[in-house]
Design a protein around this ligand. Structure first.
Ligand code: URA
Length: 453
């Protein structure tokens, strides 16, 4: 099969076969297909799209390029959560140990931040010693011991996706729904899961800016998951405003520790409990584990508001009892981190300087633009614009106020934490611009917009 013919087929908007996708992608791995041919193919996919079947085949080939966890002999359900990325989104760091405390096994492969969005791996690396570059065997051993592991994508996991993502980043082909869906799901399907809850973000601070695009992405990923034997549910959630009050790596870990110690943080706690409730529903209601032969079956379950509420209560009680925090400590220890950070967060990097941002006028906060806050944190050193750039784990922003709260002119609405002041003025201006203040209360915005089953 001629490589050029496959590119031409997609360029002209025709469907490519499973065999053609395999030939093309495996040829790339073996060095028979060049970067420029792959770039042309990706651009053709970006412009002409891929249907559900093509997207599923692409995902499967990418997953098969690496190892897949075989955790079938582990008792109970293995369920993960994945977010498409946002600002202040630290949900995974609380949710993974919380679910493990509820006896759900969580084998999580997470990402690093790029551009204005943060990444779970960067946040965890703010904890001294925390190892996020685990080998497959280490992940397995840790999972057996603690029931939870969070690690970065390594060469062993969907290596083809890693190479394609770098190429997409360099060729402006990231923002394609089938390419994003297959990239995310190729890693999730390597985790040996029974269930997956996807948090598809929509709004100013998200990849998907419109509800229509968010829903298309969610449906594509749910379809891939379900047709691959992983019970998959997606929630479409708001990412117009940062989640919680901290943005920046060590600052976000501090916020997670506070939540695990029982402090509530309106939007963040709401999202953690709801996503967790869906994970628990999959683990406890949908997946049945047969002790005799370790096989699994899926049950049809009606997901009612009462059922969700019951599961939320269960998770809240695991926070109140301290079990979730104890599991977090265990998780840190098992990955080589210093668990003392829980009692003493100042053991994580702390910025040498702070600068408060004053409210320019009195009124009620209407909106805090997540994208602007994310860019400001990036300028302070908390993020990166290239995949290999170092970051400053101490840098970031604390939002003292959130939407719907009243402020008086001169109140400190946010505080910038920084070590390097090169971009301080631009960051300050971005944070000022991010806050929209007016006289009337803002309209109520829904955090959880839709559930895709
Ligand atoms: N995250 C991924 O893993 N892949 C994408 O393509 C986009 C976000």
């Amino acid at each position: 099969m001629e490589i050029r013919e496959i590119i031409k087929k997609k360029r002209d908007g025709n469907k490519v076969s499973r065999e053609e996708i395999e030939t093309f992608l495996n040829g790339y791995l073996e060095g028979m297909v060049t970067d420029y041919q792959m770039s042309a193919f990706l651009m053709a996919c970006y412009i002409k799209g891929l249907d559900d079947e093509e997207t599923l085949w692409l995902t499967d080939v990418m997953t098969s390029s690496g190892k897949r966890f075989d955790l079938s002999e582990m008792p109970g359900a293995r369920v993960d959560k994945h977010s498409t990325g946002g600002v202040g989104d630290k949900v995974s760091i609380v949710l993974a140990p919380l679910m493990a405390a509820a006896d759900v096994v969580v084998p999580m492969i997470a990402g690093r931040g790029l551009g204005h969005t943060g990444g779970t791996i960067d946040k965890l690396e703010a904890i001294p010693g925390f190892n996020t570059s685990l080998r497959f065997m280490d992940m397995r051993n840790i999972l057996w011991e603690t029931g939870v592991v969070i690690t970065a994508q390594s060469e062993e996991i969907a290596p083809l996706d890693k190479r394609l993502y770098e190429l997409r980043n360099a060729t402006a082909t990231v923002e394609s729904i089938p390419l994003i869906a297959s990239s995310i799901m190729s890693k999730k399907l390597a985790e040996g899961l029974n269930g997956l809850v996807l948090d598809v973000k929509v709004g100013a601070g998200a990849f998907m800016k419109t509800p229509e695009d968010a829903e298309r992405l969610a449906r594509t990923m749910v379809e891939i998951g379900n047709s691959s034997g992983v019970k998959t549910i997606a929630l479409i959630t708001d990412m117009n405003e940062p989640l919680g009050k901290a943005v920046g790596n060590a600052l976000e870990i501090r916020e997670c520790i506070n939540i695990l110690k029982g402090k509530e943080e309106a939007d963040l706690s709401e999202l953690i409990l709801t996503l967790g409730a869906f994970m628990l529903i999959i683990a406890e209601e949908i997946v049945t584990f047969n002790e005799e032969d370790t096989s699994l079956s899926f049950n049809e379950v009606e997901i009612t508001d009462d059922l969700i509420e019951t599961k939320r209560h269960k998770l809240q009680s695991l926070i109140d009892s301290g079990d979730a925090l104890a599991k977090f400590v265990e998780m840190i220890e098992s990955q080589g981190g210093n668990p003392e950070v829980v009692a003493n967060p100042a053991l994580m990097p702390v910025a040498s300087n702070m600068k408060p941002v004053e409210a320019p006028e009195s009124g009620i906060i209407q909106f805090i633009d997540a994208e602007k806050i994310g860019h400001a944190a990036l300028l302070l050193g908390a993020g990166r614009t290239r995949p290999d750039e170092p970051i400053d784990h101490a840098a970031g922003i604390i939002l003292n106020r959130k939407s719907s709260q009243e402020v008086s002119k001169g109140d400190f609405i946010a505080v910038l934490h920084y070590n390097d002041d090169r971009n301080l003025d631009s960051a300050y201006q971005l944070v000022m611009d991010a806050f929209k203040i007016d006289k009337e209360p803002p309209p109520q915005r829904e955090l959880i917009k839709k559930v895709i089953l």
